[in-house]
Design a binder for this molecule. Structure first.
Ligand SMILES: Cc1ncc(COP(=O)(O)O)c(C=O)c1O
Length: 342
């Protein structure tokens, strides 16, 4: 099977498993796991933030960012297509008790004007707008990289309005490789940033949140409360460190593979897709002719040995990653031509 459903399906390499087996560990709740400390320090260096906390998942990193920077009843401005709304089980409502104000914008990106339009008046009738949350790269936006200038404008405007800014950087690594800029530059003056090691970087488990020290102190308390504090987590942190050392630069290959796949798909009859919009490792395509639904096409592709994800009645997602080779992408494109050309 060629599995293009998500970049989360990768399995740890032998070298990564060896790094995990060799990890020095301790009880992280006592602050005694040296490998976790090393990973947190490394992420601080990469993002230019003073403090970080290692967590089990990207969802937990985002939910801690929201909970640590808001109070129940506050409002968070975010894009209507963001992961925190669609795929985190209602966490902002359940765990932080916040309201969400939804910004519009093409493929997951909004601007300073949307922040100004959505921020609430200082009026006891209204919730307090406290946080702005953006996502880079944007998953439902087809792996779109936020333009750096736009991040800067949103952060500056938010700060001028007294709001904090969180970046869901589950795939900030892809954004850095696609734009050729260091992670710290992409994060800029945002107040917090999360990132995942278990997506394009290929670690089995693990995400991280960086911010200022008081926010991370608060996030550590909520991590414990939400059940996400870990003990000898150094075995996981070792996988993440190995991934940073060995799988970061190679993301360029995933991006090239996604673009090649997109170009091949776009040439097929009944496929709606602009390959020039594929900047990183995520390809969404629409079915334009209404003859077969996305689930039907996905079933036919599965029979041809290719797994992709239906994400609506006429929309399909394919994601490239560490465990798909260029020749497998070629085979997937041929299978798609056979199935969609029928
Ligand atoms: C943009 C984005 N943020 C957060 C997450 C959540 O990560 P996890 O699955 O580790 O909870 C994902 C997962 O796909 C994601 O795509």
């Amino acid at each position: 099977m060629i599995d293009l459903r998500s970049d989360t399906v990768t399995k740890p390499t032998d070298a990564m498993r060896r790094a995990m087996a060799a990890a020095e560990v301790g009880d992280d709740m006592f602050g005694e796991d040296p490998t976790v400390r090393r990973l947190e320090d490394r992420f601080c260096e990469l993002t230019g933030k003073p403090a970080a906390v290692f967590v089990p998942s990207g969802t937990m990193a985002n939910q801690l960012a929201i909970r640590a920077q808001t109070e129940p009843g506050d409002e968070v401005i975010t894009h209507a297509d963001n992961h925190i709304i669609h795929y985190e089980s209602g966490g902002p409502a359940a765990l932080a008790g916040v309201m969400l104000a939804l910004a519009p914008g093409p493929r997951g990106v909004f601007g300073a004007d949307e922040v100004r339009a959505l921020v609430r008046a200082d009026d006891p009738h209204c919730p307090v707008t406290r946080l702005v949350a953006l996502e880079n790269t944007h998953n439902r936006g087809g792996g779109r990289v936020w333009p750096r200038e736009q991040v800067r404008e949103v952060v500056e405007t938010s700060h001028a309005l007294g709001l904090r800014v969180h970046i869901d950087g589950a795939r900030i690594w892809n954004a850095a490789i696609a734009s050729g800029r260091p992670v710290a530059e992409l994060v800029g003056a945002a107040d917090s940033v999360s990132a995942c090691f278990s997506k394009g970087l290929g670690a089995p488990v693990g995400s991280i949140l960086a911010s200022d020290a008081p926010t991370i102190k608060r996030a550590r308390r909520f991590r414990k409360m939400f059940g996400g504090a870990m003990r000898q987590a150094g075995v996981l942190a070792a996988a993440a460190l190995h991934a940073l050392d060995h799988h970061f630069d190679r993301l360029v290959e995933d991006h090239a593979g996604a673009r090649r796949l997109a170009e091949r798909l776009a040439a097929l009859p009944g496929v709606r897709l602009d390959p020039s919009e594929v900047e990183t490792n995520i390809v969404y395509f629409g079915l334009a002719d209404g003859r077969r639904s996305a689930p039907e096409i996905c079933t036919a592709l599965k029979q041809a040995g290719v797994l992709v994800l239906p994400v609506g009645p006429d929309r399909i997602r394919a994601v490239t990653h560490l465990d798909v080779s260029p020749s497998q992408i070629e085979r997937a494109a041929l299978a798609a031509a056979e199935v969609l050309g029928r």
